[in-house]
Write a protein that binds this ligand. Structure first.
Ligand code: ATP
Length: 243
Protein backbone atom coordinates (compact mmCIF):
# COMPACT_ATOMS: atom_id res chain seq x y z
CA UNK A 1 0.00 0.00 0.00
CA UNK A 2 1.23 3.54 -0.79
CA UNK A 3 2.74 5.54 2.04
CA UNK A 4 0.76 8.04 4.03
CA UNK A 5 1.80 11.54 2.89
CA UNK A 6 -0.58 13.63 4.97
CA UNK A 7 -1.96 12.79 8.34
CA UNK A 8 -4.43 14.87 10.32
CA UNK A 9 -4.98 13.88 13.94
CA UNK A 10 -7.78 15.08 16.19
CA UNK A 11 -7.87 18.59 14.70
CA UNK A 12 -9.88 21.26 16.52
CA UNK A 13 -10.33 24.72 14.95
CA UNK A 14 -12.58 27.56 16.09
CA UNK A 15 -13.54 30.99 14.84
CA UNK A 16 -14.00 32.73 18.21
CA UNK A 17 -16.90 30.89 19.82
CA UNK A 18 -17.74 28.90 16.65
CA UNK A 19 -16.24 25.43 16.75
CA UNK A 20 -15.72 24.63 13.08
CA UNK A 21 -13.65 21.43 13.43
CA UNK A 22 -14.23 19.13 16.39
CA UNK A 23 -11.58 16.44 16.31
CA UNK A 24 -11.01 15.64 12.62
CA UNK A 25 -8.62 12.77 11.81
CA UNK A 26 -7.80 11.61 8.31
CA UNK A 27 -5.01 10.28 6.14
CA UNK A 28 -4.03 10.84 2.54
CA UNK A 29 -1.70 8.37 0.87
CA UNK A 30 0.75 9.10 -1.92
CA UNK A 31 -0.85 9.31 -5.37
CA UNK A 32 -4.39 9.21 -4.00
CA UNK A 33 -7.31 11.45 -4.78
CA UNK A 34 -9.26 11.84 -1.55
CA UNK A 35 -12.63 13.61 -1.64
CA UNK A 36 -13.98 15.69 1.25
CA UNK A 37 -17.74 15.65 1.18
CA UNK A 38 -20.37 17.38 3.27
CA UNK A 39 -22.99 20.11 3.33
CA UNK A 40 -22.23 23.84 3.30
CA UNK A 41 -20.72 24.89 6.60
CA UNK A 42 -19.57 21.36 7.51
CA UNK A 43 -15.96 22.52 7.92
CA UNK A 44 -14.31 21.41 4.67
CA UNK A 45 -12.77 24.77 3.74
CA UNK A 46 -11.63 25.28 7.34
CA UNK A 47 -9.82 21.96 7.16
CA UNK A 48 -7.96 22.87 3.96
CA UNK A 49 -7.08 26.32 5.32
CA UNK A 50 -5.68 24.75 8.48
CA UNK A 51 -3.57 22.26 6.51
CA UNK A 52 -2.14 25.10 4.40
CA UNK A 53 -1.30 27.22 7.46
CA UNK A 54 -3.92 29.94 6.98
CA UNK A 55 -5.62 28.95 10.24
CA UNK A 56 -4.03 27.65 13.43
CA UNK A 57 -5.69 24.78 15.29
CA UNK A 58 -6.04 24.93 19.05
CA UNK A 59 -5.68 21.19 19.33
CA UNK A 60 -4.48 18.33 17.16
CA UNK A 61 -1.69 17.64 14.74
CA UNK A 62 -0.93 17.76 11.03
CA UNK A 63 1.92 15.60 9.78
CA UNK A 64 3.33 15.88 6.27
CA UNK A 65 5.63 13.00 5.32
CA UNK A 66 5.95 12.37 9.04
CA UNK A 67 7.02 15.94 9.85
CA UNK A 68 4.86 17.91 12.25
CA UNK A 69 3.69 21.00 10.33
CA UNK A 70 0.95 22.02 12.76
CA UNK A 71 0.61 25.78 13.11
CA UNK A 72 3.43 26.57 10.67
CA UNK A 73 2.96 29.61 8.46
CA UNK A 74 1.79 29.28 4.84
CA UNK A 75 5.26 29.93 3.38
CA UNK A 76 6.69 27.01 5.34
CA UNK A 77 3.85 24.78 4.13
CA UNK A 78 4.23 25.88 0.48
CA UNK A 79 7.94 25.07 0.71
CA UNK A 80 6.91 21.55 1.71
CA UNK A 81 5.00 21.49 -1.61
CA UNK A 82 1.58 21.36 -0.06
CA UNK A 83 -0.25 23.66 -2.48
CA UNK A 84 -3.68 25.12 -1.83
CA UNK A 85 -5.89 26.18 -4.75
CA UNK A 86 -8.60 28.16 -2.94
CA UNK A 87 -12.26 28.65 -3.83
CA UNK A 88 -13.36 31.15 -6.48
CA UNK A 89 -10.41 30.61 -8.84
CA UNK A 90 -8.26 33.45 -7.64
CA UNK A 91 -6.13 34.15 -10.68
CA UNK A 92 -4.38 37.47 -11.23
CA UNK A 93 -6.78 38.95 -13.76
CA UNK A 94 -4.54 41.77 -14.95
CA UNK A 95 -1.60 39.46 -15.65
CA UNK A 96 -1.24 37.19 -18.65
CA UNK A 97 -1.88 33.46 -18.43
CA UNK A 98 1.86 32.90 -18.77
CA UNK A 99 2.74 35.27 -15.93
CA UNK A 100 0.15 33.58 -13.70
CA UNK A 101 1.85 30.26 -14.43
CA UNK A 102 5.34 31.63 -13.73
CA UNK A 103 4.06 32.97 -10.41
CA UNK A 104 3.12 29.40 -9.50
CA UNK A 105 6.80 28.50 -9.74
CA UNK A 106 7.92 31.52 -7.72
CA UNK A 107 8.74 29.66 -4.52
CA UNK A 108 11.17 27.25 -6.13
CA UNK A 109 12.46 29.50 -8.92
CA UNK A 110 15.97 29.87 -7.44
CA UNK A 111 16.45 26.22 -6.61
CA UNK A 112 14.92 24.89 -9.83
CA UNK A 113 16.28 27.20 -12.50
CA UNK A 114 14.71 28.54 -15.66
CA UNK A 115 15.30 25.49 -17.84
CA UNK A 116 13.41 23.15 -15.54
CA UNK A 117 10.59 25.66 -15.20
CA UNK A 118 10.25 25.84 -18.99
CA UNK A 119 10.03 22.03 -19.06
CA UNK A 120 7.35 22.09 -16.37
CA UNK A 121 5.50 24.71 -18.39
CA UNK A 122 5.49 22.46 -21.45
CA UNK A 123 4.06 19.60 -19.36
CA UNK A 124 1.37 21.89 -18.03
CA UNK A 125 0.55 23.05 -21.56
CA UNK A 126 0.24 19.42 -22.68
CA UNK A 127 -2.30 18.86 -19.95
CA UNK A 128 -4.09 22.19 -20.49
CA UNK A 129 -3.69 22.98 -24.23
CA UNK A 130 -6.21 25.82 -24.02
CA UNK A 131 -3.80 27.69 -21.73
CA UNK A 132 -1.05 27.40 -24.31
CA UNK A 133 -3.34 28.86 -26.96
CA UNK A 134 -4.17 31.74 -24.65
CA UNK A 135 -0.86 32.23 -22.90
CA UNK A 136 -0.55 35.93 -23.83
CA UNK A 137 -4.15 36.70 -22.94
CA UNK A 138 -4.99 38.52 -19.68
CA UNK A 139 -6.25 35.95 -17.19
CA UNK A 140 -9.26 38.12 -16.32
CA UNK A 141 -10.56 37.76 -19.87
CA UNK A 142 -10.68 33.93 -19.77
CA UNK A 143 -13.97 32.10 -19.29
CA UNK A 144 -14.83 30.76 -15.83
CA UNK A 145 -13.78 27.22 -16.74
CA UNK A 146 -10.51 28.41 -18.26
CA UNK A 147 -9.76 30.51 -15.16
CA UNK A 148 -10.32 27.44 -13.02
CA UNK A 149 -7.96 25.45 -15.22
CA UNK A 150 -5.41 28.25 -14.87
CA UNK A 151 -5.79 28.23 -11.06
CA UNK A 152 -5.12 24.48 -11.01
CA UNK A 153 -2.31 24.75 -13.56
CA UNK A 154 -0.66 27.48 -11.47
CA UNK A 155 -0.82 25.06 -8.54
CA UNK A 156 0.81 22.39 -10.72
CA UNK A 157 3.66 24.80 -11.57
CA UNK A 158 4.47 24.81 -7.86
CA UNK A 159 5.35 21.11 -8.27
CA UNK A 160 2.92 20.00 -5.59
CA UNK A 161 3.40 16.86 -3.55
CA UNK A 162 -0.15 17.42 -2.36
CA UNK A 163 -2.68 19.62 -4.10
CA UNK A 164 -5.52 20.93 -1.92
CA UNK A 165 -8.40 21.82 -4.22
CA UNK A 166 -11.37 23.75 -2.82
CA UNK A 167 -14.48 23.44 -4.98
CA UNK A 168 -12.77 23.64 -8.37
CA UNK A 169 -16.02 23.30 -10.28
CA UNK A 170 -18.03 25.91 -8.35
CA UNK A 171 -20.13 28.00 -10.71
CA UNK A 172 -19.11 26.11 -13.85
CA UNK A 173 -21.54 24.71 -16.41
CA UNK A 174 -21.91 20.91 -15.96
CA UNK A 175 -19.96 20.06 -19.09
CA UNK A 176 -17.06 22.33 -18.13
CA UNK A 177 -17.15 20.99 -14.55
CA UNK A 178 -16.83 17.48 -15.94
CA UNK A 179 -13.83 18.55 -18.02
CA UNK A 180 -12.13 20.10 -14.96
CA UNK A 181 -12.65 16.91 -12.91
CA UNK A 182 -11.28 14.79 -15.76
CA UNK A 183 -8.21 17.02 -15.84
CA UNK A 184 -7.72 16.51 -12.10
CA UNK A 185 -7.88 12.76 -12.67
CA UNK A 186 -5.40 13.03 -15.54
CA UNK A 187 -3.09 15.13 -13.36
CA UNK A 188 -3.20 12.42 -10.71
CA UNK A 189 -2.55 9.65 -13.24
CA UNK A 190 0.15 11.23 -15.34
CA UNK A 191 1.95 13.44 -12.76
CA UNK A 192 1.26 11.19 -9.77
CA UNK A 193 -0.04 14.24 -7.90
CA UNK A 194 -1.78 13.52 -4.61
CA UNK A 195 -5.05 15.45 -4.34
CA UNK A 196 -7.31 16.36 -1.43
CA UNK A 197 -10.48 17.60 -3.08
CA UNK A 198 -13.53 19.47 -1.84
CA UNK A 199 -16.27 19.10 -4.40
CA UNK A 200 -19.94 19.96 -4.33
CA UNK A 201 -20.71 17.40 -6.99
CA UNK A 202 -20.48 14.31 -4.83
CA UNK A 203 -21.12 11.67 -7.48
CA UNK A 204 -18.66 13.18 -9.95
CA UNK A 205 -15.97 13.61 -7.29
CA UNK A 206 -16.35 10.07 -5.97
CA UNK A 207 -16.04 8.83 -9.53
CA UNK A 208 -12.54 10.29 -9.83
CA UNK A 209 -11.52 9.79 -6.15
CA UNK A 210 -9.98 6.70 -4.57
CA UNK A 211 -11.41 7.37 -1.12
CA UNK A 212 -13.60 9.89 0.62
CA UNK A 213 -14.53 11.36 3.98
CA UNK A 214 -17.94 12.76 4.83
CA UNK A 215 -17.83 15.71 7.24
CA UNK A 216 -20.86 16.99 9.15
CA UNK A 217 -20.74 19.82 11.68
CA UNK A 218 -17.00 19.63 12.07
CA UNK A 219 -16.74 15.87 12.50
CA UNK A 220 -16.06 12.95 10.21
CA UNK A 221 -19.20 10.87 10.09
CA UNK A 222 -18.19 8.41 7.40
CA UNK A 223 -15.15 7.35 5.44
CA UNK A 224 -14.33 4.70 2.90
CA UNK A 225 -13.41 3.69 -0.61
CA UNK A 226 -15.08 5.93 -3.19
CA UNK A 227 -17.24 3.17 -4.67
CA UNK A 228 -18.36 2.02 -1.21
CA UNK A 229 -19.46 5.58 -0.41
CA UNK A 230 -21.33 5.81 -3.71
CA UNK A 231 -23.15 2.59 -2.80
CA UNK A 232 -23.77 3.59 0.83
CA UNK A 233 -27.47 4.02 1.64
CA UNK A 234 -26.90 6.77 4.23
CA UNK A 235 -24.69 8.74 1.83
CA UNK A 236 -27.26 8.31 -0.93
CA UNK A 237 -30.05 9.46 1.35
CA UNK A 238 -28.22 12.46 2.78
CA UNK A 239 -26.30 13.73 -0.22
CA UNK A 240 -27.36 12.08 -3.43
CA UNK A 241 -31.10 12.63 -3.27
CA UNK A 242 -31.78 8.87 -3.37
CA UNK A 243 -29.70 8.61 -6.54
P1 ATP B 1 -18.85 25.75 2.32
O1 ATP B 1 -19.09 24.69 1.32
O2 ATP B 1 -20.05 26.62 2.56
O3 ATP B 1 -17.58 26.52 2.12
P2 ATP B 1 -17.51 24.25 4.38
O4 ATP B 1 -17.82 22.84 4.66
O5 ATP B 1 -16.28 24.54 3.62
O6 ATP B 1 -18.72 24.95 3.72
P3 ATP B 1 -16.47 26.06 6.35
O7 ATP B 1 -16.44 27.23 5.40
O8 ATP B 1 -15.21 25.44 6.74
O9 ATP B 1 -17.46 24.95 5.81
O10 ATP B 1 -17.25 26.54 7.67
C1 ATP B 1 -17.34 25.76 8.85
C2 ATP B 1 -18.05 26.57 9.95
O11 ATP B 1 -17.24 27.67 10.31
C3 ATP B 1 -19.39 27.14 9.51
O12 ATP B 1 -20.24 27.12 10.63
C4 ATP B 1 -19.05 28.55 9.12
O13 ATP B 1 -20.15 29.39 9.30
C5 ATP B 1 -17.93 28.89 10.10
N1 ATP B 1 -17.00 29.87 9.53
C6 ATP B 1 -16.27 29.71 8.39
N2 ATP B 1 -15.47 30.79 8.19
C7 ATP B 1 -15.70 31.62 9.25
C8 ATP B 1 -15.17 32.90 9.61
N3 ATP B 1 -14.25 33.53 8.88
N4 ATP B 1 -15.64 33.47 10.75
C9 ATP B 1 -16.58 32.83 11.51
N5 ATP B 1 -17.11 31.63 11.22
C10 ATP B 1 -16.68 31.03 10.11
Amino acid sequence: MAQCILQVENLHVSYGPIRALKGISLTVREREIVALLGANGAGKTTLLKTISGLLVPHQGKILFKGEDITGQDPTFIVQRKVIHVPEHRQVFGTLTVLDNLYLGAYHHYRSTGKEQIEQDLEKVFNLFPILKERKQQLAGTLSGGQQQMLAIARGVMAKPDVLLLDEPTLGLAPIVAKEVLELIQELNRSFGTTVLLIEQNIVASLKIAHRGYVIAQGEIVKEGEAQALLDDDEVKEAYLGHA
